[in-house]
Write a protein that binds this ligand. Structure first.
Ligand code: EAX
Length: 326
């Protein structure tokens, strides 16, 4: 009893209430995403919240926040680390700012396809990587998907890497993405996600890059004429929790939180699969010009030097083990 009061006080924000008619305490924690509720991040946290409440029989209630209403992803990870936010669901783009040992996951052209990415994240390699949050005050509950990232812009169709030269693209606040995209000749403009739509609309940047699920659910096709299916980076997502709060949970509740996060991942991946199957057709019908047939090898070749540097810097053996995963 005292244990979780201490945990709650640490977080500084949890509300404690007594459920009507019983002396059972209820702990209310928050989780947030920068995506709208109707999408692959929203469904992840909605499912997680439902499952936590069900598995803990209402002792834990998770309040869900969408569309960056509690801040962008970098800010949210920082909040979880400091304990000013209990939980977040985020892509890994900003993660290297807090856990440099996870830079490896955002290397371009590391994963071949969804099967490869999910397979690695669900394997022992993925478990080990998830454990790396802990020495930084964060508990990683489960990996999930953001998706394979593709380029959009409002200037010209991108068929080869040369077409990217000089384009001003919004990037995530990711040191790995920024270094890589420079090699494409892009002028990277890092920006938190909640600012992106307005920046595209006002022409502050020429374009951006994101998975189909993100492009579609945020209506980027309304402000971007061209989409090229570059698939240049697989972007993982992850459920994160403040480590002190995690440590304050009983073993049983820890297992419930992990199980709930895994259920969130299953819902998230199902939604990604659905979006991947339908988004191109929908956005084309809305007038977006979508290039599927691009010179992918040329894009890979353009990053070969910086990718070799990443491997050296982040661990060549580990990069190879991920690439070789079958
Ligand atoms: O997590 O910031 C981004 O471009 C991310 O891909 C997006 O917020 C989904």
């Amino acid at each position: 009893y005292l244990g979780w009061i201490k945990g709650a006080a640490l977080a500084g924000v949890a509300t404690i209430a007594l459920t009507a008619g019983s002396a059972q305490a209820q702990t209310v924690w928050r989780i947030n995403v920068s995506m709208p509720q109707d999408g692959h991040h929203g469904i992840a946290i909605d499912t997680f919240a439902e499952e936590v409440e069900r598995l803990t029989e209402g002792r834990y209630v998770i309040e869900t926040f969408y569309a960056g209403s509690l801040g962008g992803e970098r800010e949210s990870i920082e909040g979880v680390q400091l304990g000013t936010l209990e939980l977040t669901f985020t892509s890994t783009g900003p993660v290297p700012n807090f856990v440099p040992e996870l830079s490896i996951l955002d290397i371009p052209f590391l994963f071949r396809d969804y099967e490869h990415a999910r397979g690695v994240l669900d394997s022992e390699i993925g478990d080990e990587l998830l454990g790396r949050f802990e020495s930084h005050g964060i508990k990683g509950l489960a990996w999930a998907d953001n998706g394979f990232r593709h380029m959009t812009n409002d200037i010209r169709p991108i068929e080869s890497p040369e077409d990217l030269d000089g384009l001003k693209l919004r990037t995530m606040e990711s040191p790995v993405h920024i270094a890589a995209y420079r090699e494409f000749g892009i002028l990277p403009t890092p920006m938190a996600f909640p600012e992106v739509f307005a920046a595209l609309q006002q022409g502050v940047v020429d374009g951006q890059e994101n998975p189909l699920s993100v492009i579609e659910s945020n209506n980027f096709d309304e402000v971007q004429q061209y989409l090229s299916m570059t698939g240049h980076v697989f972007s993982p997502c992850v459920f994160l929790m403040n480590l002190d709060l995690w440590n304050g949970l009983s073993d049983e509740d820890q297992a419930h939180f992990v199980e709930a996060a895994q259920a969130g991942t299953a819902a998230n991946r199902a939604r990604v699969d659905e979006d991947e199957a339908t988004a191109i057709e929908t956005m084309r019908a809305d007038g977006m010009e979508i290039l599927e047939d691009i010179d992918r090898d040329a894009f890979v070749a353009a990053l070969s030097e910086v990718n070799a540097q990443f491997a050296e810097e982040f661990g060549a053996e580990e990069v190879q083990a991920i690439r070789d995963w079958q």
